[in-house]
Ligand binder design. Structure first.
Ligand SMILES: *Cc1c(COP(=O)(O)O)cnc(C)c1O
Length: 409
């Protein structure tokens, strides 16, 4: 069987291109024409699926979905407008008023906000466990629990839960396991092999090929028996394994309308072709920078799962095929010291976002988490003294030189 990059480059088109184009063209169009009224009807009934309207399906977007399917052996893949759209569409499809999902406070800031501020008032209950202590998860499960939601490496705390343990708990309780696997891209992490039922990914990050476009992916590994979710029981009888995809394509994703643009799908297909090269290089750089920082007296609490001193080293190594991602954090003495360090950087950019080709630095407490109270920030593991570096693919010596000069008094 072909390797990751070979598959990423050579995934065939579902239909041969009329002009023999080697790259899937950008179908920047809204609607598709039919020869007869009958064909139009069968397309709408789903009896003979064809592209009709680009909010629902489009050849360029379908090709991206096809590539991801080929790379992951997933049951189905649905591309949407952003990582947030992927999470929102999945949760809206599987839960509703009175239901609960179990997660941790150590999740991406906007994900926490989506759950608490946006979906909470619609009647979704969010229960918080400590994923490093699996018994705290079990205690929260009841007959209204619809899913356990985790992040493969939490951002910015960089905690790594044992996904096999989460999968075991989910399976025993017949609950869906949803993983946000953005920072451990498909190249070095297989959700399917680890028992994750549904993966949500911000394609904006690694997959877009260097922060070119916003995008999101929903990967259905085909492992969940949808009859176990009371809300989807009837649909599950009719659609079986296709239950979530049908619900997304014929209802939730269609109606919410957070569709990917064909142009973004084109760039993300292109990004997948170099994903392995960029993921290896940026994680080598991250390890290099973490080791460098460990020797700098002003930088403390160097946090990178690839350092042998990290409490997550062993579990990360076994889960992520020896790759530890490209995010690291460290602490300085105060918020002022953090700001002064950031302001001295010359090559590394002051910006949010991760997995760009460029290395980016940010002070999470005053930016991504600025809307939360000091107490909540502490619960979320976001210290006032913490700097996050999202490592890119530049030459390591240039990055260490920039860190060195910015850390000087
Ligand atoms: C960026 C990010 C998201 C949100 O993705 P967008 O594409 O920006 O909507 C969700 N989860 C994680 C872990 C992220 O890093």
């Amino acid at each position: 069987m072909a390797g990751f990059t070979t598959k990423a480059i050579h995934t065939p088109f579902l239909k041969k291109d009329t002009h023999g184009s080697l790259r899937m063209p950008v179908y920047d169009t809204v609607a598709f024409e039919f020869d007869t009224a009958e064909e139009l009807q069968t397309a709408f009934l789903g009896q003979k699926p064809r592209h009709a309207y680009s909010r629902i399906t489009n050849p360029t977007i379908e090709h991206l979905e096809q590539k991801v399917k080929n790379l992951t052996d997933a049951f189905a893949v649905v591309a949407v407008a952003s990582g947030m759209a992927a999470i929102a569409n999945v949760v809206l499809s599987i839960a509703g008023q009175g239901d609960n999902i179990i997660t941790t406070k150590h999740v991406f800031g906007n994900t926490y906000s989506l759950f608490e501020k946006t979906l909470g008032p619609w009647g979704l209950k969010i229960r918080y466990a400590d994923f490093s202590k699996p018994t705290t998860i079990k205690k929260l499960i009841d007959s209204n629990t619809r899913a356990i939601f985790f992040e493969a490496i939490t951002n910015p705390q960089l905690e790594v839960a044992s996904i096999k343990v989460l999968a075991k708990i989910a399976r025993e309780s017949k609950i869906l396991l949803i993983g946000d696997t953005t920072v451990t891209p498909l190249y070095f992490f297989s959700g399917q092999d680890s028992g994750v039922d549904i993966e949500v990914i911000s394609a904006t990050k690694y997959i877009s090929g260097g922060a070119t476009t916003i995008g999101g992916l929903i990967i259905d590994n085909g492992t969940y028996d949808w009859r176990n979710n009371p809300r989807l029981k009837n649909e599950a009888r009719k659609y079986g394994q296709f239950t979530l995809v049908t619900r997304l394509k014929r209802e939730v994703a269609r109606n919410v309308g957070a569709c990917l643009s064909p142009h973004n799908a084109y760039l993300q297909s292109l990004g997948l072709e170099t994903l392995a090269l960029r993921a290896d290089r940026s994680s080598e750089n991250a390890l290099g920078l973490a080791k460098f920082l460990a020797r700098q007296p002003r930088a403390v609490k160097i946090n990178y799962p690839g350092l042998k001193s990290s409490p997550y080293y062993t579990v990360a190594r076994s889960q992520f095929k020896g790759n530890f991602g490209a995010l690291l954090t460290f602490d300085l003495s105060s918020r002022e010291a953090c700001f002064s360090f950031l302001n001295k950087l010359k090559l590394i950019r002051r910006a949010t976002n991760i997995n760009d080709n460029k290395t980016l630095a940010i002070h999470p407490a005053s930016t991504i988490f600025c809307e939360y109270s000091p107490e909540l920030k502490t619960e979320m593991g976001v210290a006032e003294t913490m700097i996050r570096i999202a490592v890119g693919i530049e030459d390591l010596e240039d990055l260490t030189a920039d860190l060195k000069q910015a850390l000087e008094e």
